[in-house]
Design a protein around this ligand. Structure first.
Ligand SMILES: [Ca+2]
Length: 109
């Protein structure tokens, strides 16, 4: 049984002092949904995971991550609006139909 695991083995995930429970799935994967607010509030930005492996006992690991909740700074963005019609002059014919407006947004930080 060395190196194997059992589907259904208990997995506990600790985020910001709150324990979330799930189980090992086929193939050894696991997943659990946690609130983003808990992840951002976690003091050490580290997830602590323990699997209670059948016949082995608990094995644990930690996974740290980066928090960047600062909104992008629009000051560096360049927003451009292209000419309205080919010559930027709306003539009588064009005023009677649809006009496609175009532009570009570049370097949004
Ligand atoms: Ca933590």
């Amino acid at each position: 049984m060395v190196g194997s695991f059992t589907v259904g083995d208990a997995v506990t995930v600790n985020v910001n002092g709150v324990t979330y429970n799930t189980t090992v799935q086929t193939g050894g994967s696991w997943s659990v949904t946690v609130p983003g607010s808990g992840l951002s509030a976690d003091a050490d930005s580290t997830i602590n995971v323990t699997v209670n492996v059948t016949g082995v006992g608990p094995i644990s690991t930690n996974h740290s991550y980066v928090i960047d909740v600062t909104a992008p700074n629009p000051a560096g963005a360049v927003l451009n609006v292209n000419a309205v019609t080919a010559d930027n002059v709306l003539n009588a014919a064009e005023s009677g139909g649809n006009v496609t407006l175009t532009g570009t947004l570049i370097e949004y930080p």
